[in-house]
Design a protein around this ligand. Sequence first.
Ligand code: BGC
Ligand code: BGC
Length: 655
Amino acid sequence: MSRRPLRLAVYFLACTPAVCAAATSAADKDRQGAATVHPQRWPKLHPALARDPQLEARVEQLLSRLTTAQKVGQLIQADIGSITPDDLQHYPLGSILNGGNSSPRDDKLAAPSEWLALADRFYDAAMAASPIGLPLLWGTDAVHGHNNIAGATIFPHNIGLGAARDPELIRRIGEITALEVRVTGLDWAFSPTVAVARDARWGRTFESYSENPGLVRAYAAAMVEGLQGTPGTPQFLAAAHVLATAKHFLGDGGTEGGRDQGDNPAPESELRAVDAAGYEAAISAGAQTVMVSYSSWQGVKMHGNRGLLTSVLKGRMGFDGLLLGDWNGHAQLPGCTAVRCAVAINAGIDVLMAPDGWRELHDNTLGQVGSGEIPAARLDDAVRRVLRVKLRAHLDTAGRPSSRPFAGHYELLGAAAHRAVARQAVRESLVLLKNHDHLLPLAPPAHVLVAGDAADSIARQSGGWTIDWQGTEPNQDFPHGETVYAAIARCVRAAGGSATLSPDGEFTARPDVAVVVFGEHPYAEFAGDVATLEYSPGDKHDLALLRRLRAREIPVVAVFLSGRPLWVNAELNASDSFVAAWLPGPEGGGIADVLFRSADGAVRYDFRGRLPFSWPRSPRPPAGDGRRGEPPLFPYGYGLSYGDDGNLPQLPESD
Ligand code: BGC
Ligand code: BGC
């Protein structure tokens, strides 16, 4: 336990605002000392793209034609929930985003054509307001497909992709995601997340590919190239691609206790070797944007960490693209608010994500440039980076969003070929942890009871960042989706079997086997932080269901949906077979593909998923790569195939 919270508590109790401010800044100084960065110890990278002298000359020329107010506009990003195209007349901002809960007309089921029409309106307004003929960029959290759009292809969340160990697949997913984003006229994906999560209590563990920096490195490169295209080829950032974002820089996956937006206490060497792995790869693959983390390193908020943002990322790593702040992340810096924060810009952030406070932030930032609090050179450097990225992304010649090559090709959203890749990803992501007496694979001409309260729920399969921020949509909002139950029913019926949906596991006709689908409920960000790794503490109805079926001598296959590895010893004991399915998304067919043989009895797909995270033997995080703790129940890389002996001894059920 660090002493910091105690000291803060004392400030709250005992000081007047002025004394508090002095004390807080002394404490900041202390912390600053601890968080010393040594840039020369960081790897020197060579940018993926050689500087193009012609492009750089254009950047200079455009820059020289902007007024100071117009320059400041390039530094601010608003959310479509609080800005209209008309606002650009007075506030010509350089970019916009749709946050997880923002969509055209504030309707999360808005048709794709409405997204494209809105992109056109922002484009027209930006062009009318721009003295240099450069439109704005629109960024979106396309983190497992173009997931804010009902009907788009949705892939398993990153944790499941981590189990697949298939960088080629990741590249393909990036390409499909980029194409579908282009259909709706947007330019920029806020992905991939390259966090190396080390404490699964973190609510964003599912956004992390792995606890293993090597795997994150390989995937970061593949995803960036899939989204953006390969640098040096004509496809790079051409019509079928979008800008990628490596996020969240730096250390979001290593916070104490897995606390979202918390403090990462790692020594600099660990930050470099573990947390930075994905950034080196992403930047080498040409990533044009990086998003800053809400978290702190050794007590200092990343949004204000000049050493890491400027000296390391932009200096040693040679990152010459655009550095984006996170959603009002600057507001958390000492001395800042959502609408005033020179220190974030001075630390090296080029674009502040100011979803709702953009107007006042613009005015205040303009004042701070005027007073010299933000040096003119820093302002120009930030604007240069924004303009460079816009020109590299061909925004100057791309034309209206709807006139671009794939725009309006709505048949590409959720196209059969795209969903086939998502279903393949689901198959590859499943990890088999137990298979008593080779219960799996199942023969389809059987009577299957499909139980568990997640058996018929696409939301439960998909997790957060699906249509909306926390992932709350009913099945009917997924026009192409198939629940695990629906997929199993389709599969067994085609072979002459039958399937019955029974969430509570009750039945009249005795089944040959029960498949029980259960697990976590959707969450995103801090809403998913938990205190212990025990699965569902305080509510053991899933366990009771497994036990009831077992007591009636029905063979039980557990399909566990979760955004992280959890302590499930009792559930493992109560199942004959146990599948960690992560958050596979709407393509439930991928699960039936692996669980069932073909009608003629052949194995169609074996399990090939391997654990991307070590699996805990207690409610506490297990030891992993270079980390202390108790040994895991199943180590990183574990996963059975059908030929393996899948029997498990009885596991201890109390901690
Ligand atoms: C998240 C980012 C996300 C942004 C925009 C933030 O709260 O941390 O990952 O890109 O919101 O939705
Ligand atoms: C937004 C998300 C954002 C979050 C930040 C939500 O309201 O929809 O995009 O990441 O707030 O806390």
